[in-house]
Design a protein around this ligand. Structure first.
Ligand SMILES: [Zn+2]
Length: 428
C-alpha cells in the first residue's frame, strides 16, 4: 500500500500568522518518470481546509471554508502567569469542537510543568450526551515533543494544541510556533532562527537542545547581556536594568530575569571543548495587575517584553557608549554609572539642571529609541533651542511621571531638544 500523497498549503496574514491551512491529495503515476497528479481542490474531510482566527498570537477559532465553526479555543494565563506572556505555552483552558448534528463538545486541558497538554477532561454540553468530568484523552511525549502515546481518539487528535500547547499539524508532522515550524521527529526547526546568530550558533536548534528545561514562546524579547567591564560584575549590571524598569512600572507587575544559557565551543583542534555559559538574561514578568499606578509605562514595557508581537529584539549591553540606539536600535549600550546633568523644568517652569537617574536614561534609550523607534529632531533650529517637541523626551517624561506617581521627587525634562552649551553629554 502506497503512502497517500498529501500536500499542505499554508496562508499567512500581515503579521505572519497562519490564517489558512489546506490539505490536497495527489495520485501517483508509476511512470517512468513517476509523477504525482495533485488535486486542484482541497480534501473534503473534516479539518482539511480551515481558516484560523486570532486574538494577538492566540488562535481562538478554526472555521470551515463556509465560515461555520469547526473548533474554538479559550485561552487563559499561560506559564508566565499572564495572558500570552509565554507565547500561550500552558495557556489553553478549553477546546470546543463541533460534532455531527451541529452540537458542540467542550474539553478542558491538563498540563505538565512545562506547559505540555497531558490530557483532556470532558465538560458538560447542553444537548450532547456527555460524560462530563471524565478523562477523554491522554498524551505522553518524547523529550523533543514526539507523541509517544495517545489515547482517546478521535478527540485526542482533534485537539491540535498538544506539546508546548503549540498547534500540531499531523499531516505534515510540524508544530506551528508563530515565527517558525518545528519538526518534533528530528528535534529541529525547519527554518533559521529569526534572531540569527544572536540566538546561538545553531540556527536550527530547539531550546538549547533541552526541551525538558525550556520552552520557546514566540522568540522576541528584551535581553540583557553584559560582558564584565572594569570590575563591575555581570549580575550587578543586570540588576541595575531590572530594578531600573521595576521602579518605573512600580506595582504593575513583578519583573524577573531568566538566564540565557548556551553551550559555547572554545579552543581549537585538540584543545576544543564545550562549556556551558551564562550569556545574559531575558526579561520576563509575573503577577501582572491590570489597574496599577503606572499603567502607561507598563503598557509600553509589556509590549517590549513581547506580550504582543513586538517590533524587534532589544539587547541592552553594558558599555560606555550612550545612545547607540540611534544607530543600531536593537543594540543599546548603557552605563550604570550615569551621573550627568540634564535640563529639567521645576514646578514653576524654570529650567534647572538635575542629575538624570539611571532609570530615566534606561527608559529613554530602551523604550524611547529602542522599542518605540523615536528619534531626536534633526533640524538645526531645534537643536539650537528652537520650537518643536522631541518625541523621545516626551517618552522620557512619561517615565519621570511614573516615578513621581510613586513618590519619587523628580522634575520633567525640558521637552524640546536643546543643544545646551554646558551639558556634559547630549543625545544625537
Ligand atoms: Zn536620546
Amino acid at each position: 500500500m502506497a503512502v497517500p500523497a498529501k500536500r499542505v498549503q499554508y496562508s499567512y496574514d500581515y503579521r505572519g500568522r497562519m490564517v489558512r491551512r489546506q490539505v490536497f491529495s495527489g495520485t501517483y503515476n508509476a511512470g517512468p518518470p513517476s509523477t504525482i497528479n495533485w488535486s486542484s481542490t482541497p480534501d473534503t474531510a473534516a479539518g482539511a481546509d480551515l481558516i484560523f482566527l486570532y486574538d494577538g498570537w492566540q488562535c481562538v477559532a478554526a472555521l470551515k471554508p463556509d465560515q461555520s465553526l469547526f473548533q474554538a479555543y479559550v485561552w487563559g494565563a499561560d506559564l508566565s502567569g499572564t495572558m500570552g506572556g509565554a507565547g500561550g505555552v500552558g495557556g489553553l483552558v478549553m477546546f470546543r469542537r463541533v460534532v455531527a448534528g451541529g452540537g458542540t463538545e467542550t474539553y478542558f486541558s491538563t498540563y505538565d510543568g512545562n506547559g505540555n497538554v497531558t490530557g483532556l477532561v470532558k465538560g458538560e454540553d447542553a444537548g450532547v450526551s456527555s460524560s462530563a468530568g471524565s478523562v477523554s484523552a491522554r498524551y505522553e511525549y518524547g523529550p523533543f515533543g514526539t507523541l509517544l502515546r495517545i489515547s482517546g481518539e478521535p478527540v485526542a487528535l482533534d485537539n491540535p494544541f498538544r506539546f508546548s500547547t503549540k498547534y500540531h499539524d499531523d499531516t505534515a508532522d510540524l508544530m506551528y510556533y508563530g515565527f517558525r515550524y518545528y519538526n518534533p521527529s528530528t528535534g529541529r526547526w525547519l527554518s533559521r532562527d529569526p534572531l540569527e546568530e544572536k540566538g546561538g550558533f545553531n540556527l536550527y536548534g530547539f531550546v538549547y537542545n533541552n526541551p525538558q528545561r525550556y520552552s520557546d514562546p514566540l522568540g522576541l524579547r528584551i535581553y540583557i547581556t553584559a560582558p564584565p567591564v572594569g570590575g563591575l560584575d555581570y549580575t550587578r549590571f543586570d540588576d541595575y536594568v531590572l530594578n531600573g524598569f521595576q521602579r518605573i512600572i512600580g506595582d504593575c507587575a513583578k519583573l524577573r530575569k531568566t538566564p540565557i544559557i548556551r553551550q559555547v565551543e572554545t579552543g581549537f583542534l585538540f584543545w576544543k571543548k564545550t562549556e556551558t555559559r551564562l550569556l545574559g538574561w531575558e526579561l520576563d514578568f509575573t503577577d501582572q495587575k491590570l489597574n496599577c499606578v503606572c499603567s502607561p509605562c507598563w503598557k509600553w514595557l509589556k509590549l517590549a517584553l513581547g506580550d504582543h508581537l513586538p517590533k524587534k529584539d532589544i539587547y541592552i549591553h553594558r558599555g560606555d557608549e550612550l545612545d547607540n540606539a540611534s544607530e543600531f536600535r536593537d543594540n543599546i549600550y548603557i552605563n550604570e554609572n550615569l551621573s550627568f546633568e540634564l535640563p529639567t523644568l521645576d514646578a514653576s517652569g524654570n529650567v534647572v539642571w538635575e542629575n538624570a537617574p539611571f532609570d530615566v536614561v534606561l527608559w529613554h534609550e530602551v523604550i524611547g529609541h529602542g522599542y518605540r523607534d523615536l528619534k531626536h529632531p534633526k533640524d538645526r533650529s531645534n537643536r539650537q533651542g528652537g520650537g518643536g517637541r522631541d518625541p523621545t523626551i516626551v517618552e522620557e517624561n512619561n517615565a519621570r511621571n511614573c516615578l513621581r506617581l510613586q513618590g519619587v521627587r523628580i522634575n520633567d525634562r525640558v521637552p524640546t531638544y536643546y543643544r545646551w552649551k554646558n551639558s556634559l553629554r547630549t543625545c544625537n
